[in-house]
Design a protein around this ligand. Structure first.
Ligand code: DGJ
Length: 752
């Protein structure tokens, strides 16, 4: 795993235990994290921040009310896995109901282990290491003496990334069942509330918009209760100082490796201390634990950066691209795709698809994806989900025949599936009406005319594995787009007893993970892309199985600027799928140039989503040139360091700029975008970042055009000058092409 170009070359990872002070110190070169065992045995939080020199005084940190522990009644003491109902009135990390109905819990230290590497979390996706030297893990055991409940709080500190992964394992060491009603993945207390609370929120077609607000006394939270991480809120929050920018100042990220209902919350108490907790949403959760049984929480990944928000993104991008994504596609160049969805919707047949594939081949596309509509009798969205057999009316030679014909054309073939769903109009529903989620005797709410299969039931997961394995083994299929187009209503599983219905949502997502794990290991060479009505489940849990995600159903280039910008706060470009679609755009009706659409979609995993048989000769030539350009720079676009330069969420939102830089800083591509033009633009300099100040760069523009922008910027420039003075953008008004709206221009920098 390579650290970002301008990050510290090699981080030193270590976890120390001071038995006299009962203090753990976790560190790498980018951060120090200190926790302690208090006098009463509770696990206390001491510090997360910039690296502290080893062996020096910690008296300031361990002293004071916040660091000490005498009587926590109302005191702002810092705890790492807080319980409730014995004097701490802030939000807890864990709550349980004992057999007698009481809910008090006191967790005290009983022991710990420090191990090399990072153990996996059984049944759940998590970050990993390939070599034990890449991380060190601390596991602290806590126990409630009265009930025998045991909690192991785990911390893994990475050598090469400014990140700490946390999770907890709860075991019933007592003699009667307990009901867990809250089980957070991480909870962190800090001694001041002088932070902004930043999250990625939106809706279908407008995912992951950056929202920033001041922390205030009380609780502020984002959450999902929809059965998926959701379009509305991403399982991620960030704390940043008011003065923090992209490249300066403190920021702490909290990201949950989970695809179901989540909660991310910050509570500011009366003394201005702050508690952040992250995990499964307790509102839709309860888990019965019999004696001897254990429950594992999902993993939370905390990132600390003293070098701005960009530092947080660098850490997540590296970790999620290289040690969360897995399988042969993790490191491979992703193919340029043509997806037929916006080109045909449900109205296609084999000749039409082959004509599209052949036109796509001509312009250099590498893989053809057949989207929704190939199975059952699915001529619209009212039927057939669950019937994963080919519709011979449309595809008389089956998927195999089509895939082979497409391979003959020189393209690989990909297929869309939506495994978790069933249409009430389907053979599957006729045979197994009880497989759809719903409460017997109540109506089942349909959304997009479909119901959700009860993925908490192993026999349904087995069935899906069987039928989908047959589909995937039935032809040369190189790629799968796994969609999920509605949220869950009437949550209930017929296979769970009344006292276990609180487990439904979590068991659902465990079933999804199980199916993903089985299919990805049975078909290791298939590239999986996750999707949920666009980006409704764009989360780290999914990335552990599918290294890329369809970012949004809104394919308009201007709308995509904010969607992709927000997504990039956490997720690497290798996960952000972006396609050029037709104009007028199908979602917003906007007409943007082909160049502009490509210039936005290049920054991610690139492709097309239109009917290429309708291209004019001019379009065909332009698209062929785009594909050549993307392939030339694909490695940089998919794996380069992404640097945000100008935010569509700041000012009037009229401009966006970002860049990708190679690990050795010898190559970079800057994207600059302007929504509306102005009659006399302001002077406008775009200062670059992440270049090598000592290098000279040859600067060319894409698309090539002799215009004012090119005249002002093309040629050889020093990295120092490009970072200190910047690109000269006001020059774009000097030509006719630069005078319209929705302008995009790329600047390609190559060290000479
Ligand atoms: C929603 C996805 O986001 C689209 O790309 C497309 O696959 C449709 N579903 C098909 O129903």
């Amino acid at each position: 795993m390579v650290a970002a170009a301008d990050a510290v070359a090699r981080l030193n990872v270590a976890i120390d235990w001071d038995p006299a002070a009962r203090v753990f110190e976790l560190r790498n070169d980018a951060l120090t994290y200190i926790v302690r065992v208090h006098r009463n045995g509770a696990l206390g939080g001491v510090y997360l921040g910039p690296p502290l020199a080893v062996g020096r005084s910690r008296a300031q940190l361990l002293g004071g009310e916040f660091g000490g522990f005498d009587n926590r009644l109302g005191a702002p003491v810092a705890l790492e896995y807080p319980t409730s109902r014995s004097g701490d009135y802030r939000v807890p990390a864990i709550e349980v109901e004992h057999a007698d109905g009481s809910t008090t819990l006191d967790l005290a230290y009983t022991g710990h282990r420090i191990v090399a590497g990072k153990p996996p979390i059984t049944g759940l996706p998590s970050t990993y290491v390939e070599d034990a030297a890449e991380a060190e893990t601390l596991e602290v055991d806590l126990r409630d003496a009265v009930s025998g409940l045991e909690v192991t709080v785990a911390y893994s500190v990475f050598r090469d990334v400014a990140a700490i992964a946390r999770s907890a394992r709860i075991r019933n060491g007592g003699t009667s069942a307990v009901r867990i009603t809250t089980a957070m993945s991480a909870s962190l207390d800090m001694p001041d509330a002088d932070w902004d609370f930043v999250h990625l929120s939106g809706m279908w077609g407008r995912e992951r918009q950056v929202v920033r607000r001041r922390l205030a006394p009380g609780r502020q939270a984002i959450a999902s209760r929809r059965g998926a991480s959701s379009h509305e809120h991403n399982p991620f929050v960030l704390l940043q100082r008011r003065t923090t920018t992209e490249d300066h100042g403190e920021a702490i990220g909290f990201s949950l490796v989970y695809s179901g209902n989540f909660l991310a919350e910050a509570e500011v108490d009366a003394r201005d201390s702050i508690r952040v907790r992250l995990g499964i949403n307790p509102e839709e959760f309860a888990w019965r634990l019999e004696p001897g049984e254990a429950f594992a929480t999902p993993e939370a990944v905390l990132v600390y950066s003293a070098a701005g928000l960009g530092g947080v993104s660098d850490a997540y991008h590296t970790l999620y691209r290289e040690r969360l994504a897995r399988g042969p596609w993790r490191d491979k160049a992703r193919p340029v795709v043509l997806n037929n969805w916006e080109g045909t919707y449900f109205a296609f047949d084999e000749p039409k698809l082959l004509a599209m594939a052949s036109a796509a081949r001509e312009v250099g596309v590498e893989l053809f994806v057949l989207d929704d509509g190939w199975f059952g009798q699915r001529d619209d969205d009212t039927s057939s989900l669950g019937d994963w057999t080919v519709d011979k009316r449309k595809l008389p030679h089956g998927i195999d025949g089509l895939a082979r014909a497409i391979e003959k054309l020189g393209l690989r073939f990909g297929l869309w599936i939506e495994p978790e769903m069933v249409s009430p109009r389907s053979r599957l529903f006729e045979q197994h009406p009880d497989w759809a989620i719903g409460v017997p005797g109540r109506k089942q709410t349909e959304s997009r005319n479909q119901l959700v299969l009860d993925m908490s039931r192993p026999e349904i997961v087995d069935h899906l594995f069987g039928v989908l394995s047959e589909v995937l083994a039935g032809g040369p299929i190189s790629y799968v787009k796994w969609d999920m187009n509605r949220y869950i209503t009437e949550p209930f599983s017929r296979s769970l007893p009344a006292e276990r219905q609180g487990e439904f949502f979590h068991r659902y997502i465990l079933g999804v993970y199980d199916l993903y794990a089985r299919l990805t290991s049975a078909f290791p060479d298939i590239l999986f892309e996750s999707c949920a009505g666009g980006g409704g489940r764009f989360d780290p849990g999914m990335l552990a199985f599918a290294p890329q995600t369809w970012t949004s159903d809104d394919t308009d280039a201007m709308e995509r600027l904010s969607i992709q910008y927000g997504t990039s706060i956490v997720y690497p470009l290798s996960s952000i799928v972006a396609h050029v679609s037709a104009v007028p755009n199908h979602q917003v009706g906007r007409i943007t140039s082909l160049d502009t659409r490509a210039a936005v979609a290049f920054f991610g995993v690139f492709g097309y989503e239109l009917d290429p048989t309708t291209f004019s000769a001019e379009d065909r030539a332009a698209v062929a040139e785009q594909v050549v350009f993307y392939k030339r720079w694909r490695e940089l676009f998919q794996r380069g360091r992404f640097v945000r330069l100008r935010s569509p969420f700041e000012g009037d939102g009229n401009e966006t700029a970002w860049m990708v830089v190679s690990a050795d800083a010898r190559q970079a591509i800057v994207g600059w975008y302007q929504v509306l033009n102005r009659v006399v633009p302001r002077l406008n300099r775009l200062r670059l970042r992440g270049l090598d100040p000592a290098l000279d760069y040859r600067l060319t523009l894409w698309p090539a055009r002799s215009d004012g922008l090119e005249a002002a910027n093309a040629g050889t420039r020093g990295g120092d000058e490009l970072m200190a003075a910047g690109l000269i953008l006001e020059a774009q008004r000097d030509d006719a092409a630069g005078r319209g709206d929705f302008i995009a221009r790329l600047f390609v920098l190559e060290a000479t």
